[in-house]
Design a protein around this ligand. Sequence first.
Ligand SMILES: Nc1ncnc2c1ncn2[C@@H]1O[C@H](COP(=O)(O)OP(=O)(O)O)[C@@H](O)[C@H]1O
Ligand SMILES: [Mg+2]
Length: 269
Amino acid sequence: MSEKKTTVIAVANHKGGCGKTTTVVNLSAEFAKMGLSVLVIDLDPQANASLHIGKKHPSEIVITCAELLLSEIEKLPLAIQTDTNLEGVSLIYGSLALGKTEDELKDYAPRPSEELRDKIKPLHGIFDVILIDCPPSLKLLTSNALAAATHLIVPVESGSQYGMYGVTDLMRLVDKIHRINPDLHLIGALLIRHDERQTVCKLIEASAREQIGKLIDIRIPSSTKVNQSAIAKMSVHALDRSSKVAREFRHLAELLAEQLNLLEGKDNG
Ligand SMILES: Nc1ncnc2c1ncn2[C@@H]1O[C@H](COP(=O)(O)OP(=O)(O)O)[C@@H](O)[C@H]1O
Ligand SMILES: [Mg+2]
């Protein structure tokens, strides 16, 4: 039996509200439906992914990412919550304390950007896919996500003229992280709230292609179903499988599964 490979996808962009959490939540649900074992790591102090996926409030959780990053590796099993609102998706919660953790890591850790990578090493071979939801900043938490990841998706808000603001800083950080994680592979920009009839969307698309270098060949349209599904703590698919957003996240999961060979060795029969 060959050893199972774990793909670790960081979803990062320091612009808030560009669709990072929505991408992590819906992609994780789609991957799980394909029979993959999935873990979501919520590295954002705002803990939006945890509020959506988790059955408990982050304040009730003893070992969230904040504690995990600063504690001994033995705490890892306690951090993983398997009972969530999305079938087949496990969760390591985020919490408000992550802000403080970020400061403490600088003093505590010998290699502050590499704590998460070290902490989740035992999970390689356990999960098929790990998705990391990043905070809206380029500080240490995002560095930790990039250092721990094998792949990177950059959601870009297509419907906003500011959608590409500051993306060069993110790409510069990716270059820097390549020195400690040469295997980090950029999957590409993912256009969110895209409407090809709008001039602004066409401009952002061209700009994303140029500045990020790679564009994922899937566009997520705008829909009120996204907010509704977050309120209902479901994936968009579970809320309304016929919606366009649900369809595109499904296509994204299928595209990535093929590109990254995620179903290799899986029984698809
Ligand atoms: N495709 C979409 N259509 C409509 N609203 C969306 C879409 N994607 C995200 N949103 C909404 O935009 C807001 C920000 O999205 P979110 O995923 O939380 O961004 P981030 O994690 O980057 O801050 C949320 O209220 C979310 O429900
Ligand atoms: Mg978010």
